[in-house]
Design a protein around this ligand. Structure first.
Ligand code: TEU
Ligand code: CA
Length: 544
């Protein structure tokens, strides 16, 4: 495919490699598994695949601890297989996006091993943030920065003679030392990694934790109380924009469009949009829908804000209902308390899965009708719920913070069910995370046979999004159909209506139904979305 700007309206499917499909029966998803399921992805109609990190890694954080960017983790396959996969997907018209993690690397990466071996004051340590501790014996932590993972952001090393040594910075786990982006090696290496993958035909990169890599070299403490709005020591620093301009220049060196997709977690809309200025990233994830309750006013405000923040920089919006870090939509939307947070919780009986599924299906159609690109996290097209795992099965490091009170993120990373009545449901070998006993009805095979399934709904939505010109390209204008209704027109005559209220609402006169998340009987039920084509009312003018 050579169409320019393909990413502006693309549907991008996120593959969590470890849990997608297992080709060799060891219970771990792999590239052979993905290659065997390319037909499935083609029939789903997606334009691109984003692979979470597939590089050699100890998997201390699911691969976001990269040991070697130029090798595929042996559990997932080989570099040759990755090249075949990229080429085979492209033959089907499907592009590939890989994940780049600039903030940190694995503590097993050769750079970090060299730094530990070379000791304090060595040039090898300058690629990271090594620092003496505070106090006469150096036992005080160098800054008071807080990690969203396990609290502490510094870990103390030992010297060659066994005595306590310097500390190193890690905004995530101790197995993920932060890189020093003031160091020329760090900049050069990442540009070479980009070229390495662009040379192998990948169409883009997803930039992990993109607002974090730059640090204030003075390493100041955070003030007590709230975080500073300006000049934060490690979030959203101005130097980042130079880095991404360099990356954009690398991408632009390649014929056809190589795309940069940023994971930019920032509350401030203007600061967020700065990453999307011309010459920087092409797009960035919009996490608005992951934090909005099932509420018409809140969702409309989020959509309006998103479109408004993108317009001035000319970047398309993106729409993301979930990913490998957050609770599955079926479970989120099934919570009794509609003011849910996306954070992981233990749900138990507080979740009404049937209602959650109705809403997740309605939300899927709602976002598929919005202008911009769309991300689908593997398994959402099957309506999978969050899995409440046995605590000893959980591997996610987030689980271990606060002494395991937080179940972590593995509940949305359970291997996919493809076929059959019992685990492993056609996944391959005995899955690395246990699958629930009641997933037989959710398998791909079962859903293929049921025209009302969530899989068929996603497939139809993605097809229509491409076929109906106005859905992909039309202007958006709001329709006022009541305070519990989200309704908008796309282009001249295509309309999406979502009923977030408790009772059915009448549909507009003179319409044809394009698609709906639930069967319609002349009205739109609660927790449902319908796509309609409006027809002009008969004017009574005589035909000529
Ligand atoms: O996540 C970035 C990030 O900031 C996470 O802490 C996020 O806030 C949290 O997971 C939300 O629940 C990215 C990756 O998506 C995540 O899987 C990695 O663990 C993290 O970076 C570190 O690389
Ligand atoms: Ca395997």
């Amino acid at each position: 495919p050579t169409d320019e700007g393909w990413w502006r309206t693309a549907v991008i499917y996120q593959i969590y490699v470890r849990s997608f499909a297992d080709g060799n029966g060891d219970g771990i998803g792999d590239l052979a598994g993905v290659r065997s399921r390319l037909g499935y992805l083609k029939s789903l109609g997606v334009d691109a695949l984003w692979f979470t990190p597939w590089y050699r890694s100890p998997l201390a954080d699911g691969g976001y601890d990269v040991q070697d960017y130029r090798a595929i983790d042996p559990r997932f396959g080989t570099l040759e297989e990755a090249e075949l996969l990229i080429a085979e997907a492209l033959e089907l018209g499907i592009r590939t996006i890989v994940d780049i993690v600039p903030n940190h690397i694995s503590d097993r990466h050769e750079w970090f091993r060299q730094a530990l071996a070379a000791g304090p004051g060595s040039p090898e340590r300058e690629r990271f943030w090594f620092h003496p501790g505070r106090g006469a014996d150096g036992s005080g932590i160098p800054t008071n920065w807080v990690s969203s993972f396990q609290g502490e952001t510094w870990t103390r090393t030992r010297n060659a003679d066994g005595t306590p040594g310097e500390w190193y910075l890690h905004l995530f786990t101790p197995q993920q030392p932060d890189l020093n982006w003031n160091h020329p090696d760090v900049r050069r290496e990442h540009e070479e990694v980009l070229r390495f993958w662009f040379d192998r035909g990948v169409a883009g990169v997803r930039i992990d934790s993109a607002a974090l890599p730059a640090k204030d070299p003075a390493l100041p403490d955070l003030p007590a109380g709230s975080a500073p709005a300006e000049n934060h020591p490690h979030i959203d620093r101005d130097e980042l924009h130079d880095i991404y301009r360099e990356w954009r220049a690398v991408a632009d060196d390649y014929a056809g469009e190589r795309v940069l997709v940023g994971e930019v977690w920032l509350d401030d809309a203007e600061r967020f949009a700065r990453y999307l200025r011309p010459g920087e990233m092409h797009t960035a994830f919009n996490f608005g829908f992951m934090t909005q309750p099932w509420d018409a006013a809140a969702m409309r405000a989020s959509i309006t804000r998103t479109l408004a923040e993108h317009a001035p920089v000319g970047a398309p919006a993106t729409w993301v209902l979930s990913n490998h870090d957050v609770t599955r939509p079926v479970t989120r939307y099934g919570q009794a308390d509609s003011s849910f947070a996306f954070e992981r919780k233990r749900f138990g009986t507080a979740t009404d899965t049937a209602r959650g599924l109705r809403r997740a299906r309605a939300a899927a159609l709602l976002v598929a009708a919005l202008p911009g690109s769309l991300y689908v996290y593997q398994g959402d097209e099957l309506g999978l719920p969050e899995v409440e795992l046995p605590l000893d099965a959980i591997e996610d490091p987030m689980h271990f913070r606060s002494h395991g009170v937080d179940p972590g993120r593995d509940g949305c990373r359970v291997p996919l069910p493809w076929a059959g009545d019992a685990s492993p449901y056609g996944f391959g070998g005995a899955p690395w995370l246990p699958q629930p006993a009641d997933w037989a009805g959710l398998t791909v095979d079962a859903q293929e046979l049921d025209p009302a399934s969530t899989l068929h709904l996603y497939r139809a939505a993605i097809r229509l999004r491409r076929e109906v010109h106005d859905l992909a390209n039309g202007e958006l204008s709001w329709l006022e159909l009541g305070s519990d209704v989200l309704a908008f027109r796309r282009g001249d005559d295509t309309v999406s209506i979502t009923n977030l209220g408790a009772t059915p609402i009448p549909l507009p006169a003179h319409h044809a139904v394009l698609l709906s998340s639930t069967p319609l009987d002349g009205t739109l039920p609660a927790d449902a979305t319908a796509w309609l084509t409006l027809r002009p009312a008969r004017t009574g003018r005589a035909p000529h």
